[in-house]
Every structure is written in structure tokens, then in C-alpha cells.
Design a protein around this ligand. Structure first.
Ligand code: PGA
Length: 241
């Protein structure tokens, strides 16, 4: 049975105070949720410590939004695996398209970060996705297959989550059709040796479309950006029908 994972990616949002308020507001909704789905919050580094010590920490799993491939060293501005595990983090997002687009992330560095996450006992949430131009040119499949293959060199597939996030659907309100997301996720799955890998969809997921997305047989969860910032909306997504 593949694990269902509903993850909120807060990106560069929420101070410690706001993160704690969110947890408090989410308490009753998360407690009601049936135990068949795992809830993950990908919080900024600065909020992880205080969240892991919160009374409500047991209701969720924490994720970081990046990890460096070295265990320590002269890498100003970077965070290592040991620094994250100390904060009670279980997952880490790797290769988000915003990292690839704005911070020079490549399939090679993504691969190094995925390996580092696993070395430290963290579960990487590997993000892949094509741009609008690549889709319009009919290159979706080769682009995705290449990202998956390059990012997973020497990676153990028993400790891994993948998120299919078409770049044109991120933060645009322009969700990928559920059946099309299902098709691409099926292609990703065909590249894996382990059938049990959880594969999420991400890109403009919201309360009004989550039910249709989660009804697709290949889709095992969602990675939610904007709509995860509001506790009421996120609770509706977690409690998808
Ligand atoms: P979005 O972001 O839900 O705001 O489109 C998704 C993501 O970047 O993970």
C-alpha cells in the first residue's frame, strides 16, 4: 500500500509566531483526520525548531525546504542534514522548481541533495516538472524522465517521495487536468524500480480541486503551496473526500 501524503509547502512565508498560530488553529481539524493519510508541513528553517517543540507537533510531520549535500563545511547560507534531524525534521523538499529557476539547482545538485537526505535518515520529496514551453513543444515526457533518472542516480527508492509539479501550474491558478497529472505520474512510476514510492501532484491545488485530483489512481498525495498558508483551507485539503 502506498502512503498518502498531504504536504503544505510554506515557501518563504510565516514567522515562528505565525507558524505556531497555524498549528493551534489546525489542531481540531488534524485530530479528526483519519489516520490513513500523513500530513507534512514544509516550513522555513527558522520555524522548524519551535514547531517541533509545539504541543501539536505530534499531529504533523515536519519538512525542511532544502538540504546541502555536505555534512558540514564552508557553505555560507546552507543547512546540513544533521542540523535538520536535530530539529525533529522527517522530510526535506529537494529540487523544487523555484530552486532550479532562481538558485541554479541542476539535476546533478538535486541528486547530491537527495543522497544526503537519505544518508541522514530524512525522506526526500523530489520535485520534477516541465515548463510551459517544454509542454507546448511536446517535450514533457523526455524532460520528466530525464529529471527522474538523473536525480535518482544511486538513490535508494524505498525511502523516497516524488512530487510531479508542472512549472506552469505552480502559483498560477492554472491546475493541470487531474487525468493529465495522473498520466504523467504513471510515466514517472514506470521509471522506478519500487512500485511503493508515493508520488504527489503539486501546482495550484486548492480545496475546490483536491477531491478530483486525489480520486486519480496514480496520485498518492498533494504538495500544496499557496493554499496551505490558510489553516481552514489546508484542513479541507487534508480532509479531501
Ligand atoms: P502552489 O505551489 O500550490 O502555490 O501552486 C505548489 C508548490 O510550489 O509546491
Amino acid at each position: 500500500m502506498r502512503k498518502i501524503i498531504i504536504a503544505g509547502n510554506w515557501k518563504m512565508h510565516k514567522t515562528q509566531k505565525k507558524a505556531l498560530e497555524f498549528l493551534q488553529e489546525s489542531k481540531s481539524n488534524l485530530e479528526e483526520m483519519n489516520g490513513t493519510r500523513e500530513v507534512v508541513l514544509c516550513a522555513p528553517f527558522t520555524a522548524l525548531s519551535v514547531m517541533s517543540k509545539s504541543l501539536y507537533a505530534g499531529l504533523i510531520h515536519l519538512a525542511a525546504q532544502n538540504i546541502h549535500w555536505e555534512d558540514e563545511g564552508a557553505y555560507t547560507g546552507e543547512i546540513s542534514g544533521a542540523m535538520l534531524t536535530e530539529l525533529g525534521v522527517d522530510y526535506v523538499v529537494v529540487g523544487h522548481s523555484e530552486r532550479r529557476q532562481y538558485f541554479g539547482e541542476t539535476n546533478e545538485t538535486v541528486n547530491l541533495r537527495v543522497l544526503a537526505a537519505q544518508r541522514h535518515g530524512l525522506i526526500p520529496i523530489l520535485c520534477v516538472g516541465e515548463s510551459k514551453l517544454q509542454r507546448d513543444r511536446g517535450e514533457t515526457e523526455p524532460v520528466i524522465i530525464n529529471q527522474v533518472k538523473q536525480s535518482l542516480i544511486n538513490v535508494n527508492q524505498s525511502n523516497l517521495v516524488i512530487a510531479y509539479e508542472p512549472i506552469w501550474a505552480i502559483g498560477t491558478g492554472d491546475t493541470c487536468e487531474a487525468t493529465e497529472a495522473n498520466r504523467v505520474i504513471g510515466i514517472i512510476r514506470s521509471q522506478l524500480s519500487n512500485e511503493e514510492v508515493t508520488i504527489q501532484y503539486g501546482g495550484s491545488v486548492k480545496p475546490s480541486n483536491v477531491d478530483e485530483i486525489m480520486a486519480q489512481p496514480e496520485i498518492d498525495g498533494v504538495l500544496v503551496g499557496g493554499a496551505s498558508l490558510d489553516s481552514v483551507g489546508f484542513a479541507r485539503i487534508v480532509n479531501y473526500q
